[in-house]
Design a protein around this ligand. Structure first.
Ligand SMILES: Cc1cc2nc3c(=O)[nH]c(=O)nc-3n(C[C@H](O)[C@H](O)[C@H](O)COP(=O)(O)OP(=O)(O)OC[C@H]3O[C@@H](n4cnc5c(N)ncnc54)[C@H](O)[C@@H]3O)c2cc1C
Length: 325
């Protein structure tokens, strides 16, 4: 006969179970990336997203800059709005190509005027523009970073640059790619934010290569939770980001089952981050696609809870990055 279940024993067993991530709260850094909205609906969505993510106290939120300088005004407007209305540091993306050197510095001046001193410095690319026009502006992120640091106010900026765990599509080799990354860090970057990836082994190998090459600044993992699998696959192909076969099995064919897809997508991204935390990675940059749900859920699964929730649980005002455990 099956013995009766002892409720105390069940309680004890349950209390010993925990999400197997033991984040070191003060060490984890998260940031969220947005793009400039094009429509009123898009604006409302972005504002709602920022409202939802703000309590998670990101290190910063960043706003992308359209290829070839195509979103100069919308990017500025978005940065201005976020910077004025929210209590989160804002970083402006900035591309070296697509405008003249003067254009680039005018934009930096404007960032400074509105109090934005964080820059994600990129070469940027718009194949059509780049191929049809003579080269202008800064032709590499390295020269852009150097130019920012050479300004009279150059020391004030916090500069991030892009890294490519699975190698930039145009790089001659993985080695050349790391050498290029080293040059742009040496030019004055404070951190590397990576292209999104789903293959943690590829990221960890990249991380090792970068450290072996003498790159010592923080390397922040670029995480893009899957909102729409078909679009993710097509975007990944352009960026040289591989999609492991198991992701096709888990997330393929769920177009008509959005709730299930979301739950799986959140689990996949949380598991990805959890494994990276176990390998010592402490910085995560979320490509939010201007939506709060998945990125916010994953950040919570990393053990970061909003200030208000911290207050509820502790019975006292929240103190920012509080531990769940
Ligand atoms: C976190 C992140 C944010 C991004 N945000 C934006 C954005 O807001 N707007 C936008 O338009 N794009 C953005 N991009 C995309 C980026 O602009 C493209 O990937 C672009 O092709 C390269 O930009 P980069 O700054 O890495 O360039 P670079 O670092 O200058 O070069 C890219 C690659 O080219 C090769 N290379 C560089 N110099 C040389 C050389 N001298 N000889 C040989 N090979 C060389 C290297 O392999 C290098 O990795 C972003 C990418 C990331 C990862």
């Amino acid at each position: 006969m099956t013995p009766p279940i002892d409720p105390r024993e069940t309680r004890d067993r349950l209390s010993r179970r925990h999400w197997p991530v033991t984040p070191i709260r003060s060490e984890l850094q998260v940031s969220f990336e947005f793009f400039p909205p094009k429509t009123r609906h898009g604006w409302n969505t972005l504002i709602d997203t920022a409202l939802d993510l703000q309590p998670l106290e990101p290190s910063f939120v960043s706003v992308t800059y359209g290829a070839g300088g195509s979103t100069r005004q919308p990017t500025l407007r978005t940065i201005e709005t976020l910077n004025a209305a929210f209590d989160m540091p804002v970083a402006g993306h900035l591309t070296g190509v697509g405008g003249t050197e003067d254009d680039v510095h005018r934009l930096i001046d404007r960032y400074v005027e509105i109090g934005v001193e964080r820059i994600v410095a990129l070469r940027g690319d718009d194949p059509e523009v780049l191929e049809s026009q003579p080269p202008r502006g800064y032709q590499s992120a390295e020269s852009l970073v150097r130019a920012i640091r050479a300004r009279p106010d150059g020391a004030r900026f916090d500069i991030s640059v892009a890294g490519y765990p699975e190698v930039h599509p145009k790089a001659e080799s993985a080695r050349a790619d790391i050498e290029s990354l080293k040059r742009k860090v040496d030019a004055g970057a404070d951190r590397v934010i990576t292209q999104f990836f789903y293959d943690n082994d590829a990221f960890l190998r990249f991380h090792d290569r970068a450290r072996s090459a003498g790159i010592t600044v923080p390397i922040v993992a670029g995480i893009m939770p899957v909102h729409d699998f078909a679009r993710t696959v097509s975007f990944a192909a352009k960026c040289n980001a591989s999609i492991p076969a198991w992701m096709h099995e888990l997330l393929g064919g769920l177009d008509d089952a959005p709730e299930i897809r979301q739950m799986i997508a959140a689990t996949v991204a949380a598991e990805q981050c959890r494994e990276l935390v176990e390998h010592g990675i402490r910085g995560f940059h979320f490509y939010t696609l201007n939506r709060a749900g998945l990125s916010g859920a994953v950040v919570r699964m990393l053990g970061i809870r909003p200030r208000s929730a911290a207050a509820d649980i502790d019975g006292q005002p929240g103190e920012g990055w509080s531990s769940v455990s």
